[in-house]
Design a protein around this ligand. Structure first.
Ligand code: PLP
Length: 446
């Protein structure tokens, strides 16, 4: 790929390329300079972002299909969070006490979900860590169950069997660390399940005595295969055995619909982890849920008692006034403009149809999937259901190549991440994406 795009890099992106090389001297992944593998072959370093467009340091413009990996549902530089951020800065910025914005965000979150208490954090990773700790404190049990291929942030627990490395039987996977340096005891204690398989429910029943919670991406963003019936059976199994059900809606919360996947599936989990959109473009996370479970994080007022009975969660910047103001403003805007969600569905459906027509015209084995405003492109030869079988195919390299060619034709799509459609995408943007896709496929298959 590096050879293929050498001329592009030299002629179109000299300043960007130099910045990327410079950055490599000081930064390591996962910074924005070094996302996954592609930047080395075709870097984008952003000088400006506006609406659905990114402009690199050389002035090249790209239609963005990443949504900043999720937060920017309204588009970059949207006036609603921008004004809220400006007001919060003018009020003195961040302090370690409290602000009305924090209350507004908590009130908005608990009104959007069947939940009465919220705890604020700084990322999806933190929200998951908090939820797991609350679940352990509430149940007095230690183990956590999660699903193969589901990513819950970069903590030791969140990354178990999350991507690229799987172990054991497909129906009954064994846990495997997806990062060097992960604590073995955390990994080994994790029960790894397979989404959509009723075998997983039996395994929960068998392990229930030790199990604090089951965490799941209810609409799996990478593996796909949303199954509302399975979620209902999962909830019933958890309830029957006193195992807490945690929905990781860090991606899907306020994206697939205002009330998240749980609203679509008609399943109420005990805890919901949120992030991305709820920070209005700034770092944010939250756990919302049952008052008796989230309540374990409440102080008794006596720090000596708290060390025994309270699940401590906190953070210098958690619930800070700038993030909270931006998040509350965006969520208020989404609540008051439900048409945004129907628009997102229409745009996604159009783009899925358009991309599929180009795949069909070339007779390629490439699957285009659309779930609400989430879009997936996978070069699968046999379309297996399980992520572990898909990774055995060679689609990953094809995805990486596609991302390079798309950049050449003016579209930024993250090579190995779910694509996101936003409110700022115009019909003209999506038509451009369709043309870039047709050209890219033609060049890739030459
Ligand atoms: N949960 C899911 C489903 C995610 O996709 C992510 C990040 O992509 C996270 C948790 C972690 O969120 P963050 O990157 O904000 O830590």
């Amino acid at each position: 790929l590096r050879d293929t795009f050498e001329r592009e890099l030299r002629d179109r992106t000299p300043i960007t390329g130099a910045a990327r090389r410079d950055a490599a001297r000081y930064l390591v992944a996962p910074t924005h300079f070094d996302r996954f593998v592609l930047p080395a072959a075709y870097p984008i370093v952003v000088a400006k972002a506006s609406g659905s467009r990114l402009t690199d340091l050389d002035g090249n413009e790209y239609v963005d299909l990443s949504g900043g990996f999720g937060p920017h549902l309204l588009g970059y530089g949207h006036p609603v969070p921008a004004a809220a951020i400006r007001r919060a800065v003018d009020s003195g910025g961040v302090n370690a006490l409290g602000s009305p914005a924090e209350l507004t965000l908590a009130r908005t979150l608990t009104a959007a979900f069947p939940a009465t208490l919220a705890v604020l954090a700084n990322s999806g990773t933190e929200a998951v860590q908090m939820a797991v700790r609350m679940a352990r404190a509430h149940t007095g049990r230690q183990r956590v169950a999660k699903f193969e291929g589901h990513y819950h942030g970069f903590s030791d627990q969140g990354m178990v069997s999350s991507w690229f490395r799987y172990r054991g039987e497909a129906n009954a996977p064994s846990p495997v660390a997806n990062s060097a340096g992960a604590q073995h005891s955390v990994v080994d204690q994790t029960l790894v399940l397979q989404y959509g398989l009723d075998e997983s429910l039996h395994r929960i029943t068998d392990a229930a005595g030790d199990l604090a919670c089951v965490i799941v991406e209810p609409m799996p963003s990478v593996t796909g295969g949303f199954d509302a019936g399975f979620l209902r059976r999962l909830a019933a199994t958890c309830r029957a055995h006193g195992v807490l059900l945690v929905f990781d809606e860090v991606v899907t919360g306020f994206r697939v619909t205002y009330g998240g996947v749980q609203h679509l599936a008609g399943v109420t989990p005990d805890l919901t982890c949120l992030g991305k959109i709820i920070g209005g473009g700034l770092p944010c996370g939250a756990v919302v849920g049952r008052p008796d479970v989230v309540g374990v994080a409440r102080s008794s007022g006596d720090p000596f008692l708290d060390v025994h009975s309270r699940a401590f969660v906190g953070g210098t910047m958690s619930g800070n006034s700038i993030t909270a103001a931006a998040g509350a403003a965006v969520l208020g805007h989404l609540r008051d403009h439900p048409g945004i969600y129907t628009g997102l569905e229409r745009k996604t459906a159009w783009l899925v149809g358009e991309l599929r027509s180009h795949v069909a015209a070339l007779g390629l084995s490439c699957e285009i999937s659309g779930q609400r405003s989430l879009l997936g492109i996978t070069f699968d030869y046999a379309r297996p259901k399980l992520i572990r079988d898909r990774l055995a195919g060679s689609h990953t390299k094809a995805n990486i190549a596609l991302a390079c060619y798309m950049r050449k034709h003016g579209v930024y799509l993250p090579e190995l991440h779910t694509l996101m459609i936003g409110d700022a995408h115009t019909d003209a943007d999506l038509e451009l994406v369709g043309r870039a896709f047709a050209q890219s496929l033609a060049e890739m298959t030459q």
